[in-house]
Design a protein around this ligand. Structure first.
Ligand SMILES: *[C@@H]1O[C@H](CO)[C@@H](O)[C@H](O)[C@H]1NC(C)=O
Ligand SMILES: *[C@@H]1O[C@H](CO)[C@@H](O)[C@H](O)[C@H]1NC(C)=O
Length: 416
């Protein structure tokens, strides 16, 4: 075959390839990515992003980037191409499209320590199922009766242990409270029992590793945490076997028991799945709530009027109950604490217990003219919205009254 003929024969393929490259190129440049800096290879801008800063601020990194690029910018964080959002509208959009356009995507090291069945790691149907199991356990009228009673009991337990004229870290006391509460609800463990104290000790070691760099080397916090993790899992498994034994003997009314019993009865999860679920709920419930409580104790002394108003609200309810001859707090009492609710909301806003979330785009997404390509990480920074002066008047100020009558943000957060 002469050379020329050869070329003619190949021509269509060459043309197709050529077109193909043009299209790919087009596709690549078609994206209108947000502005931003990808930083160094591999580590990107992760170190700057993770530099510690006060909970009531957004930190230097965010501040600089927002003023340079705006509230939506791109970066390279945790080893991945990322779009960071400090935009209230985009954050809302991300959370409303969970499972459709975006899904959870935590760094792999989280799965190593919390377990591959942890809700932080799972996505899709399995995530939904785990979530449903936990929510069903809570909403099962349990919240109103059982949980409220337990909260009161555990609060009194901690308060009564305080000695007069004694100084102690509020955060430790808050942790004691939430740990006891979670241990009761998850595995029916009594506070102060040697077994509970032992678990608490392991749990503290475990927590140190969760928040440390994931280096599995001798002597690191991470390695110790992995050891604590297996001790805790063995412990939970022991509790599980005990429960199954009792169930077989017909001695335990599992349905009304604790989360462990609930999961055994109402789900088909494997042992491994149950262990990871229990461990991650213990972690999630304990960490967030205890920090929020400690922050309320930190913010309130700076605002004596709020303390006064809280006291009035609580004493009023106590007086009314006394007249009725009631002792325990009930759901109606809780509903009456309107100002208390404002204090809680303001603490969560200013305290920013969870500052940002890890998500990943499941499809190419376009928002306000910017593109987020499929597979990119997305970090909705909730804290930046909470501290945005366009949305909250004097955002650095602890002002529970801003939540009264819902006057705030109502007309300002852009609707989608
Ligand atoms: C568990 O599996 C059984 C049989 O496969 C099924 O009938 C039951 O509905 C499942 N239960 C739950 C809670 O998924
Ligand atoms: C507190 O915040 C929640 C969630 O944003 C809101 O639904 C609730 O109405 C707020 N409560 C008060 C008293 O403002």
């Amino acid at each position: 075959m002469p050379d020329s003929e050869y070329v003619v024969l190949l021509l269509p393929s060459i043309l197709t390839l050529f077109l193909f490259f043009i299209l790919i190129k087009r596709k690549r440049t078609r994206f209108n990515l947000p502005p931003g800096n990808m930083g160094w290879p591999l580590i990107g801008e992760t170190i700057g992003y993770l530099k510690p800063y006060s909970a009531t601020s957004i930190g230097e990194f965010m501040q600089q980037r927002i003023s340079r690029y705006g509230k939506i910018y791109k970066s390279n964080l945790f080893g991945e191409r990322t779009v960071v959002s400090a935009d209230a509208g985009l954050n809302k959009f991300i959370l409303q499209n969970e499972g459709r356009l975006f899904e959870c995507s935590y760094p792999r090291s989280i799965g190593g320590i919390l377990g591959k069945w942890s809700m932080l790691v799972l996505v899709g149907d399995m995530h939904r199922d785990m979530r449903t199991i936990s929510l069903n356990f809570l909403s099962h009228a349990r919240l109103r009766t059982h949980l409220l009673r337990e909260v009161e009991k555990h609060t009194l337990l901690v308060l009564n242990s305080w000695k007069e004229d004694c100084v102690f870290p509020a955060q430790d006391e808050a942790k004691k409270f939430t740990f006891n509460l979670m241990a009761t609800h998850i595995m029916s463990m009594d506070p102060g029992h040697p077994e509970t104290e032992q678990l608490k000790k392991e749990y503290v070691t475990f927590m140190k590793g969760v928040v440390s760099a994931p280096l599995n080397l001798p002597g690191t916090a991470y390695r110790k945490a992995l050891q604590s993790r297996s001790t805790i899992l063995k412990f939970i498994e022991g509790k599980m076997e005990e429960k199954i034994r009792k169930m077989k003997e017909g001695r335990e009314n599992l349905e009304e028991d604790d989360l462990l019993g609930w999961v055994l009865k109402h789900s088909n999860l494997s042992t491994e799945q149950i262990l990871d679920l229990i461990l991650s709920l213990l972690f999630a419930g304990h960490e967030t709530s205890s920090v929020a409580i400690a922050l309320a104790i930190y913010f309130l002394p700076g605002c004596p009027t709020a303390v006064q108003q809280l006291r009035v609200e609580h004493l009023e309810i106590a007086r009314a109950k006394k007249q009725l001859g009631e002792m325990e707090l009930n759901w109606e009492d809780y509903k009456k604490m309107e100002f208390t609710q404002c204090v809680i909301n303001e603490t969560l806003r200013l305290g920013n217990v969870v500052r940002f979330l890890h998500r990943k785009a499941l499809k190419d997404v376009r928002y306000k003219g910017y593109d987020i390509p499929c597979g990119w990480k997305v970090l909705p920074v909730i804290a930046a919205v909470h501290l945005d002066s366009c949305l909250f008047d004097q955002p650095q100020l602890f002002n529970p009254w801003r939540w009264q009558n819902h006057i705030i943000t109502k007309h300002k957060i852009p609707s989608l």
